[in-house]
Design a protein around this ligand. Sequence first.
Ligand code: GCO
Length: 478
Amino acid sequence: MNRRDWIIKSGLTGTGLLFLNNSIKAIHLTFSQSKSEFTKADFGPEFKWGVAAASYQTEGAWNVDGKSESNWDHFSRIHGKIERGESADTTTDFYHRFAEDIELIKKMNFKVFRFSLSWPRIIPNGTGEVNRNGLGFYHKVIDKCISENIEPWVMIYHWDMPQVLETQGGWANRQIIGWFSEFVEVVTREYANKVKNWMVINEQLSYTGMGYMQGHFAPGRKNLNAFMKSVHYSVLCNAEGGRIIRKNVPGANIGTAFVTSWIEPVDYQKKNIEAAKRLDALINRLFIEPTLGLGYPEDTLPILKKMRNLFEPGDEERMAFDFDFIGVQYYFRTIAKRSMIPGVRANQVPASKRGVPASELDVEIYPDGLYSILKKFSKYSGIKNIIVTENGTCVVDKLENGEVHDQVRIAYFKDHLAALLKAKDEGVNVNGYLVWSLTDNFEWDKGFRTRFGLVYVDFNTLKRTIKDSGLWFKAFLK
Ligand code: GCO
């Protein structure tokens, strides 16, 4: 989920950062006291350790070698949509520097690289003719991973669709089921012999909620009806994508990735406890439960009964797919209170209003929430395996004498890994952890202000520098 709560946003003051440093140390002390220092061996020999990135956020080369305009290329050019007016036209230039970046993954001793495919780079018109240059680029990325003994984990969709499809309604047009299925057919047939680990869609809630309801993401719409359609058609595409991979890739390990947040009421008044349940249904249940054949959480969010108007015969069955793993993406805790926001009637109390440790996106850093979320998801009998497919934080990083001393981020990782290990030791079937993110990159509507990378990028020179957190993983994973 984009690291800002998608209901309200507020800035973090300078003093907030001072508070952050002291509080993080406090958190770290708590966690490390409660959990003796762990080692890589504690997670088991089969545990997957990796880093994650996304096409739009890192590739650049926005109009190179046959790529067409994406919905995000278009959206980021609309005045005022990107916080500082920045663009991802170049961003980290992964398109030309992928070999160097994969060598950095190797240097940090990670074994998995999760990256996504740019739909407009591969099928510029959205459907029909395939751009061989686009397919060829990802062959080079995959081949470089394999040559470095790194597993390529491919995320098929990470929010960048061809603008030509967005103009036809994008996720709010039921035709997306055919469009998306064609894209999945093309890429799974193309890479079946080289790629065994696949994910279908990244965080359906983020691009539907932020893109069709809140207006902060492409395509910038604020329409409850469009949001509902984007939800239902995403659920259908997510399951259909799983079926297509199963058909085209023998022995594939198939997953998909969900937003999560640990949600608690601001106090124990009934109205706020109920609000927290509604926010939990929206953020943690809305997409996983139809995927598991449980349907939409109408019990807690009656407005979801309207979804039935969108159903066509067979939808109920086709919403579900038996994924080999579920990607859990956890960053922060959400404190909920009742509000008048239509439909969900719940709102988040921002971290900066609560004086708790927070990231640069004003969300609470709360490692124990990962433990609680893993326990929560492990209760779904339909989930076979859990991988934490994103976890990380953005703090103010300073490059000094060729080094970045991001101790706060190291504390964040150690405390969240301790929380993961606690859940694992209690029997939760969690078998992997992918750091968000390999390098600093374009954080959607926040542009380059917030840095999530293990590797610092100077966006003027594009020089990469491994931060102390990246060096910590290098030693930890040795
Ligand atoms: C997400 C996306 C990433 C974000 C990351 C930090 O989960 O929102 O997968 O693209 O950049 O989460 O907000």
